[in-house]
Write a protein that binds this ligand. Structure first.
Ligand SMILES: C[S@@+](CC[C@H](N)C(=O)[O-])C[C@H]1O[C@@H](n2cnc3c(N)ncnc32)[C@H](O)[C@@H]1O
Length: 385
């Protein structure tokens, strides 16, 4: 079948249904109902067709509507969004209110969909970064340089400025930090301290195709628009992290493409200590060829200086960039979860280890029981269906 507009709309319809079932169920009754509703509404699906192909995602439509709701808090739709002060439970008037709001703001919505791209920054993923840093530190003692590729606004680069409550335990030395990251531990909390001390970070840099300038109120509002309707706590955490980043001015995200600029930008960093390259939710933006190109960039950089790639990404996507025995089995198909791992590379060797399987937003993680764990012990009922 030719991939004409009709084919694309059907693809989008399936994507909304998949999003409802795998991302929203159990996390957001409002987005679950709206995703199902949009899947059955050709007018709204066609509206999203004005967006460039690689950006046609449910999250883009929902963020654009959410942004417009921030300046229309009295609308019927805002009544369903706790982040806009709404208290109404999901009922059969939600989808009509959504469709009416989209019709009323069709021009503005169309402009946002044509010109904006998906932009999130989830600082809970710092937990994955810290697990990776612990692993790196066990193999390479001493300070490290830190680079996040696909860094968005760069909020994960401030990992040592946040407090952590992991598996109910405070694990931070930053007692006065204004932002607390919480993460549940599944499969049994390992004995002792779950996360080790953060090593000295000699320099920190973000690379992103579209860096977010947090001093620009519009860019800030767009980032905040990706918070889901019921997640008022997440909004407070994001706002706290943004305020911290703006006040410390310690976040440097430079424009660059993961697939062509990574090796050059790593090569420009001062010093000779190992570089920890963190990616979280980047690989889903890259084609299989682009993922291989990114892995080749890391290898190129590792010829000059040790490079550790710490990742929180879909297992099947990691499998295309990294050779791991555990990924030859069913683990590679558990793509609604994220695999946390680290791959240490220098001019002579490359060694990867799996550290945890986690919810994509790091609301929970299940630590690996050993470095080749394929997580068969973790019930698949954990995976959203
Ligand atoms: C889902 S966000 C994740 C941001 C951050 N890593 C986090 O976990 O919160 C993905 C980011 O990757 C960036 N991105 C997508 N493709 C890229 C590429 N080829 N090179 C660099 N950045 C890219 C996007 O601009 C976006 O900021």
């Amino acid at each position: 079948m030719a991939e004409g507009p009709g084919f694309q709309v059907e693809r989008l319809r399936r994507l909304f249904r998949f999003f409802a079932a795998t991302q929203c169920r159990g996390r957001s009754p409002v987005y679950e109902a709206l995703s199902e509703g949009v899947a059955g509404n050709d007018d709204l699906l066609n509206l999203l067709m004005s967006t460039p192909g690689d950006q046609r995602r449910p999250s883009l439509l929902f963020a654009a509507v959410n942004l417009l709701l921030a300046s229309n808090p009295g609308s019927a739709l805002a009544g369903y969004y706790p982040i806009h002060g709404g208290r109404r439970a999901v009922d059969d008037r939600l989808m009509p209110a959504f469709a009416a709001f989209c019709a009323e703001h069709r021009d503005e919505l169309g402009r946002l969909l044509r010109t904006r791209s998906t932009q999130t920054n989830e600082i809970r993923r710092c937990v994955a970064l810290r697990l990776g840093l612990d692993h790196v530190h066990r193999h390479w003692r001493g300070p490290v340089a830190l680079v996040e590729v696909g860094a968005s606004a760069g909020l994960n680069l401030l990992l040592d400025r946040y407090r952590y409550r992991i598996g109910g335990q405070e694990t931070s030395s930053e007692d006065t930090a204004p932002v607390t990251i919480t993460c549940e531990v599944r499969g049994g909390t390992p004995a002792g301290r779950f996360l080790g001390p953060i090593p000295e970070i000699t320099c920190r840099r973000g690379i992103d195709q579209h860096p977010v300038d947090l001093t620009d109120p519009e860019a800030r509002a767009w980032l905040e628009a990706f918070i889901w309707p019921e997640h008022t706590g997440d909004l407070a955490v994001l706002q706290g992290a943004i305020d911290l980043a703006v006040s410390t001015a310690n976040v440097d995200v430079v424009p660059g493409d993961a697939t062509t600029d990574t090796a050059r930008l790593l090569g420009e960093l001062p010093g000779s200590e190992p570089i920890v390259v963190f990616t979280a939710s980047l690989l889903s933006y890259l084609t299989a060829d682009a993922r291989a190109a990114f892995a080749a960039q890391l290898q190129q950089a590792a010829a000059h200086r040790p490079v550790a790639w710490v990742f929180a990404e879909g297992p099947g996507l990691v499998a295309t960039a990294e050779d791991l025995i555990a990924l030859e089995g069913p683990l590679a198909r558990r793509n609604s979860l994220y695999l946390v791992g680290a791959s240490l590379r220098d001019s002579e060797r490359r060694e990867a280890a799996l550290l945890a399987l986690a919810d994509p937003y790091l609301r929970w993680l299940a630590p690996a029981r050993n470095e080749t764990d394929d997580f068969q012990w973790l019930p698949t009922s954990t995976d959203p269906d």
